[in-house]
Design a protein around this ligand. Structure first.
Ligand code: NAP
Length: 336
């Protein structure tokens, strides 16, 4: 069965939840296809200290729940499913397929985000949020006067390592080669920082936790040249080995840059008229919950505007099932 709606929002991070709030509040029937986890990356962040309006901070899942409740208050519906296929080729209305149903939407807002690359070593999943982090801005505060490792040799690793020296006693950059990929300017700044040390030609084979605290206590390192294995006591491991935008499902339909980020103009318009994008699916610079929310808002405003301007020309979509529950979907709390 095909469900007809005015707006499908793909993704449920701060960008998607904000977009849904705006389109639903504009009286447009809106379905959010959430992906594996409502909230995206923010849902895996313990405490969010830098989202305005919460002077004492707020837990990521709580912020997510509040944003969802706010969108639902205006009628947004949530489908706890994954998008498997889209068809934007014939213009509006657009076909969006999930694992269990199909939508026909006048407009689509793409907020499907990007995922930090994982090391894929033992202990990484287990200790995420307990010493393993992919976000210095989110979690740096919790490592005041602690010793931490940053993994990676690119711009992100060095930039975040420099930022983390505001909090940590020491930051050791562990890089798999003996040459950094980061820009010369960032390298100079990192080399000049007394708190930053480097371990080259080395990878992390395992992240080890303490049975007492349930948090990271050490890493097992391996020198890739000599094969020497060692254990280094550490309080935190920040992993910055690149991000992958979740844009594969749009391959051949939405224009992306070489890294796969969806290209939008300054009105959040993609190359397909009626399809807008916001948040980390197009933004590889700011990567903050608040900037994603702002971009989701902007994309939604453009969708509302676009639908308003073309109301007479668009296929009239009567959403007969607007109040029907989306029964075929299951909520999951699994990490992406
Ligand atoms: P990146 O440039 O792709 O660098 C990733 C780093 O992680 C590389 O040093 C890579 O090692 C390492 N790495 C990748 N997979 C690994 C693995 N499995 N185990 C261990 N190490 C691994 O990613 P990024 O630093 O996130 O930057 C992404 C883009 O954003 C870049 O274009 C960058 O210039 C840009 N950016 C710019 C700024 C800035 O201008 N201030 C800040 C942040 C990001 P190898 O070097 O051996 O490949």
């Amino acid at each position: 069965m095909v469900k007809k709606v005015r707006v499908v929002v793909i993704g449920s991070g701060p960008a998607g939840l904000t977009a849904a709030l705006y389109t639903a509040r504009a009286q447009l029937s809106t379905v959010v296809i959430t992906g594996m986890q409502v909230g995206g990356q923010i849902a895996t962040t313990h405490d969010v200290d830098n989202f305005p309006g919460f002077p004492d901070g707020i837990e990521g899942p709580e912020l997510t729940a509040r944003m969802q409740a706010q969108a639902e208050r205006f009628g947004a519906q949530f489908d706890y499913d994954l998008v498997t296929e889209v068809d934007f080729t014939s213009g509006s209305p657009f076909r969006v397929k999930t694992q269990s149903r199909e939508y026909l939407a006048d407009s689509v807002v793409v907020t499907i985000g990007a995922s930090p690359r994982k090391l894929n070593v033992p202990g990484e999943v287990e200790f995420t949020g307990r010493g393993v982090s992919y976000c210095a801005t989110c979690d740096g505060w919790f490592f005041r006067n602690k010793d931490i490792i940053v993994v990676g040799g690119g711009d992100s690793a060095l930039q975040e390592a420099i930022f983390l020296t505001r909090f940590a006693s020491s930051v050791t950059i562990v890089h798999r080669r003996d040459t950094l990929r980061a820009s010369t300017a960032l390298q100079h700044r990192a080399f000049a920082n007394d708190k930053i040390g480097f371990i080259y030609n080395t990878v992390i084979d395992e992240i080890l936790g303490s049975s007492e605290t349930g948090a990271v206590r050490a890493v097992r390192l391996r020198n890739v040249k000599t094969g020497e294995v060692s254990e280094k006591p550490i309080d935190g491991v920040f992993i910055f080995i690149g991000y992958d935008p979740n844009s594969k499902v749009f391959n051949g339909q939405l224009s992306t840059d070489a890294a796969g980020y969806v290209i939008v103009d300054n009105h959040m318009r993609t190359n397909v008229e009626g399809v807008f994008a916001g948040g980390e699916i197009h933004d590889d610079i700011f990567r903050q919950a608040i900037t994603a929310a702002g971009q989701g808002c902007a994309a939604a405003l453009m969708a509302i505007n676009w639908l308003g301007e073309r109301a007479d020309r668009l296929q009239v979509i009567e959403d007969e099932q607007r109040d029907a529950p989306i029964a075929s979907s299951k909520k999951t709390t699994e990490a992406v």
